[in-house]
Design a protein around this ligand. Structure first.
Ligand code: UDP
Ligand code: MG
Length: 357
């Protein structure tokens, strides 16, 4: 059931790219001049044209005015002002929607993501990679935060339905076809590294040092990080639901073992404590029944959730067809020829995608 192509990215020369850099900004006024200089210096030589998309996520520290000033001085800079603070992931989504590049780099605007790494990203992209993500090493963050991030990535990697690379956050380069696929997913609760991983295509990591924040005041609170971790787990893993199957099975085993034990003593040894048998058997039986009921209910819920998220059933990265000339004669009416030739042109160009629901 292939639906009409939702998007087809045409063949592009990856060596003369139109590059977009997307950066969400929330109260980062102090570093915007330096950040812009560093990003321009690190990228302009390696691309045909450059676009910097800053998303002002409801800043209140003068970042909005500073960004407008930067855009007035440099026509490569685009500013998207959000109506209020919508949060990091929403700002990222807005930035991707407004980026027009063949390749899109996503990075934070607090100087933690080193623009120098973009050159390596571009090199990998030119070699044919569709996603190049930063594998963050040597995080220059507080010890509790480092432990939290370390544990989070390992847990998500262990339980995700589709294996996720460890230590890969937002900092990455995505080909236009990947960004189109990611934007096509309308789910509200978004975890970009998960969506980017889910769509597939050719992906690789590049080791990048995670620098220190320009100030000691993270804009995403610990509660925000915790919520994001929940989104990552519940959107990309069915393990939490499957736990109830395990609980149901364990309760069922306990129920059978306890029943056998007490019935044996009641019938054969007379050592059974009055009332204990019925309590244990009923408790473990209803424990198992409850957990099983939750599992069944969960199966319905997860199907509803999948339907509501409306992710594509699959994504196509390439379709190869026989050239028109090699097709059987009965396909060769003039009209068909014209239509098939057009399709050939569309489908047989490398690096094209179509999505089907
Ligand atoms: N950010 C944003 N909206 C928010 C919070 C943060 O656009 O509500 C931006 C922020 O300016 C920074 C990036 O998102 O560029 C990451 O934020 P932060 O450094 O606080 O996150 P952390 O690095 O601690 O994960
Ligand atoms: Mg940061």
């Amino acid at each position: 059931m292939i639906a009409p192509a939702a998007y087809i990215s045409e063949q592009r020369d990856r060596h003369s790219a139109h590059l977009s850099i997307v950066m969400p900004v929330y109260n980062e006024c102090a570093v915007l001049d330096r950040l812009t200089e560093e990003v321009v210096a690190a990228t302009e030589k390696q691309c045909r044209s450059l676009e910097i998309v800053y998303v002002n996520d409801g800043s209140m520290d003068g970042s909005a005015e500073k960004l407008d000033q930067l855009a007035a001085q440099d026509e490569r800079i685009v500013i998207v002002h959000l109506a209020r603070n919508f949060g990091h992931q929403a700002a990222v989504h807005a930035g991707l929607e407004h980026a027009t590049g063949d390749a899109i780099v996503l990075m934070d605007s607090d100087l933690q993501d080193d623009p120098v790494a973009i050159s390596d990203f571009l090199t990998q992209w030119e070699r044919g990679m569709d996603v190049v993500f930063a594998e963050r090493k040597n995080r220059k963050e507080s010890l509790p935060k480092r432990i939290l991030f370390h544990s989070f990535y390992r847990v998500v990697n262990a339980i995700a339905d589709q294996p996720m690379p460890e230590d890969a956050g937002n900092f990455s380069l995505m080909d236009r076809c990947v960004v189109d696929a990611v934007l096509q997913m309308p789910e509200f609760d978004r975890y970009l590294p998960g969506l980017r991983n889910w769509v597939g295509f050719q992906q690789c990591g590049v080791s990048v040092e995670r620098l220190a924040r320009h100030d000691d005041n993270p804009r995403v609170s610990l509660t925000g990080l915790f919520r994001l971790a929940m989104t990552a787990i519940f959107s990309f893993s069915s393990v939490p639901l499957r736990l109830f199957y395990a609980i149901a099975s364990i309760s069922a085993v306990v129920c059978v073992a306890a029943s056998t034990f007490v019935l044996y003593h009641k019938a054969l040894t007379g050592l059974a404590i009055p009332g204990w048998a019925s309590t244990i058997i009923t408790a473990s039986f209803f424990g198992a029944l409850n957990a099983f009921g939750i599992s069944v209910l969960g199966e319905y819920v997860i199907r509803i959730y999948d339907q509501v998220r409306s992710r594509p059933v699959y994504l196509v990265s390439n379709v190869r067809r026989r050239p028109v000339s090699k097709r059987p004669a009965n396909e060769a009416s003039e009209q068909q020829h014209g239509l098939l030739a057009e399709l050939d042109q569309q489908y047989n160009s490398p690096n094209k995608t179509e999505a089907a629901r």
